[in-house]
Design a protein around this ligand. Structure first.
Ligand code: PLP
Length: 395
């Protein structure tokens, strides 16, 4: 049955699944190679005359192909390419399509900034980092020949929102590609390709995997662009293993209810914490007072499970609060069933010097929360008891 017009929840369960021997979904093809009856049949697949499985590192394995079909339908993309991690996906994407120069707009994951700022620059690829407040310089950089604009929205950890439609239009007008890292929003809450972006990338390690037990990445977009990325994946050996693909497919089938639950809990918790005497600011795009809330309403259908609290304390107080949490675990990732708390200054943005952190609006008193699948009331009670440890110190 071809599933492509149905709703997102239905597509995430059924799209791409291939039944073998009556199985309701694609089984794990834990094999590195595929055998043929004759050399002629093998050559038909090698030369692309007939579709078929051939060699797993090439991505020509049913466990990988079927999940790529499922992933593509989530973002309503023509196609998808799976990778062994989000960073593997980004590396292939930059090497294949970013060699004219990449502009990274706003805050991005620390690993992305290092890949761009250290490894890509070491290859002579021009890389520019622009803050959201410097967005007026983007046109000039594009005029000078940058070939790609890369950004996250919402960003990490300040949850800044960028206008995907406007940025995609500006970028295209200069003959460059716009690429959105949609990891924080997920395809449930935001579809950058439908807003005009050329490519979407995800760390599938986060919400797509959803259980903190899978490391994976995916790029989605039109076939002609993915055709340029595919040989890099093949020859850098970056493909996702079939067993991991099957585990990830299992997770994606429950993506929609998980993320909708997380949206609801996060909104409830953010609203309840706003105005708490120990909190300077709750950064969450779903709050009406959040900068660019109206833009978030326009381009997102839900506000996600990520938020950042800026506490009325110092670094030590912030650490004390984090250490007092009982349900939230202290860990640097996000998007799993279990709620996680992390201080950007000690994890994701530890490598930046303090002045640069300040310039990016990242303070020592921030704690980033990934809201999981527990009861929102329990999470709120946990946050409140941990915040109560700050009482003597806050101003
Ligand atoms: N993009 C974002 C927004 C991330 O948070 C991360 C990892 O934390 C990555 C990309 C890299 O993904 P991975 O850890 O799967 O390589």
């Amino acid at each position: 049955m071809k599933i492509d017009k149905e709703g997102l929840a239905t597509r995430s369960v059924h799209s791409g699944e291939k039944s073998f021997g009556g199985s309701p979904h694609t089984p794990v093809f834990n094999t590195t190679t595929f055998a043929f009856e004759t050399t002629e049949q093998l050559l038909d697949v090698v030369d692309g005359r007939t579709p078929g499985s051939l060699y797993t590192r090439y991505g020509m394995n049913p466990s990988i192909v079927s999940l790529e079909e499922k992933m593509a339908t989530l973002e309503q993309a023509e196609s998808a390419l799976l990778f062994a991690s989000g960073m593997a996906a980004e590396a292939a994407l930059f090497l294949a399509l970013g060699r004219r120069g990449v502009v990274c707009l706003g805050d991005a994951y620390g690993g992305t900034m290092e890949l761009l700022g250290v490894q890509l620059r070491s290859l002579g690829i021009p890389v520019h980092f622009l803050l959201g407040s410097e967005i007026d310089q983007l046109g000039e950089l594009l005029k000078k020949g940058a070939g790609m604009v890369f950004f996250e929205t919402p960003t990490n950890p300040t949850l800044e929102i960028f206008d995907i439609q406007a940025l995609a239009g500006l970028t295209r007008a200069h003959g460059a590609l716009s690429v959105v890292d949609n990891t924080f929003a997920t395809p449930v809450n935001q579809n950058p390709l439908l807003l005009g972006a050329d490519l979407v990338v995800h760390s599938a390690t986060k919400y797509l995997g959803g259980h903190s037990d899978v490391t994976a990445g995916v790029v989605m977009g039109p076939q002609n662009l993915l055709a340029e990325i595919r040989p890099w994946r093949k020859n850098l050996g970056q493909v996702l293993a079939p067993e991991t693909a099957a585990l990830l497919a299992r997770s994606v089938r429950s993506l929609v209810p998980r993320v909708r639950w997380q949206n609801q809990s996060a909104l409830q918790i953010a609203a309840a914490l706003e105005g708490h005497p120990a909190i300077r600011k709750v950064l969450y795009p779903g709050l009406p007072g959040f900068p660019n809330h109206s833009l978030a309403v326009r381009q997102m259908t839900g506000f996600g499970g990520m938020m950042t609290l800026d506490l009325k304390t110092d670094l030590e107080g912030c650490t004390r609060m984090a250490d007092a949490l009982r349900i939230f675990r202290i860990a640097p990732s996000l998007g799993g069933a279990e709620s996680l708390a992390t201080q950007p200054v000690t994890t994701t943005h530890h490598g930046l010097d303090p002045a640069e952190r300040l310039r990016r609006g990242i303070s020592d008193t921030m704690i980033r929360l990934s809201i999981g699948l527990e009861d929102a009331e329990d999470l709120l009670a946990d946050l409140n008891q941990a915040l109560s440890r700050l009482k003597p110190g806050f101003d």
